[in-house]
Design a protein around this ligand. Structure first.
Ligand code: FMN
Length: 203
């Protein structure tokens, strides 16, 4: 394990979609030989907002004891995959708040020279997935990070169709589960960042 690539999968999920994508990335990262930390960022929404949505309340309950992300999970990693549902075409404030706590590490250059990529979900097709990933990457550029967008680097990317990262359309009531198409794209993303981070380490 000592020489393996270190991958952190850091995400926010209200109703479980991004959580499921993060778990798939974790397995794929481990299969690619990485040591992986799976971390959720803290929930910030008020209890009345969470309580107004049964799926949200259930997810909060289900993941209550899962490890929370800290700055060290980024500093430690060679590669970081950030996941967020779209919020009006933008990064969820919970993940943004986590990024906004990284000022001290940013000031010391501890966020630079790592491989980063993102994953997201929206309820509708064209609902803001690409803008969410591009908004996320604005922060990565400021870190001095290396955005390892998947592009169309494998034929399978022509099936999921998102060169900026990986994304899923949840449909009404968030009822569409992940399909083989998204699973394949998630596996490819994890393999790619682990491979690139390994190359960077040995360069
Ligand atoms: C405040 C808010 C804003 C949202 N904005 C959009 C949007 O602009 N486009 C869209 O398709 N879905 C939008 N959604 C739906 C979420 O993106 C969707 O429920 C989420 O991707 C599911 O991920 P999760 O299960 O991990 O929370 C929004 C949801 C909320 C609560």
């Amino acid at each position: 394990m000592m020489n393996s690539v270190k991958l952190s999968v850091i995400y926010y999920s209200a109703t479980g979609t991004i959580h499921a994508m993060a778990e798939r990335l974790t397995l794929a990262g481990e299969k690619a030989g990485a040591e992986v930390r799976l971390r959720q960022v803290s929930e910030l929404a008020p209890p009345e907002a969470i309580g107004s949505n049964a799926a949200w309340s259930q997810h909060v309950e289900r993941t209550r004891d899962e490890p929370r992300a800290g700055a060290d999970d980024v500093v430690w990693a060679d590669a970081v995959l950030f996941g967020t549902p779209t919020r009006y075409g933008n990064v969820a404030s919970q993940l943004k708040q986590f990024l906004d706590t990284l000022g001290p590490q940013w000031a010391q250059g501890l966020l630079a020279d790592k491989v980063y990529a993102g994953f997201t979900a929206s309820m509708t097709a064209h609902g803001g997935q690409e803008t969410t990933l591009l908004a996320l990457y604005n922060s990565i550029y400021h870190f001095g990070g290396i955005v390892a967008a998947p592009g169309y680097t494998d034929p399978l990317k022509f099936a999921d169709g998102n060169p900026y990262g990986v994304s899923h359309v949840t449909g009404g009531n968030n009822s569409n589960p992940l399909t083989d198409v998204e699973d394949a794209a998630l596996d490819h993303l994890a393999q790619r960042v682990v491979h690139l981070a390994g190359k960077l380490r040995s360069a």
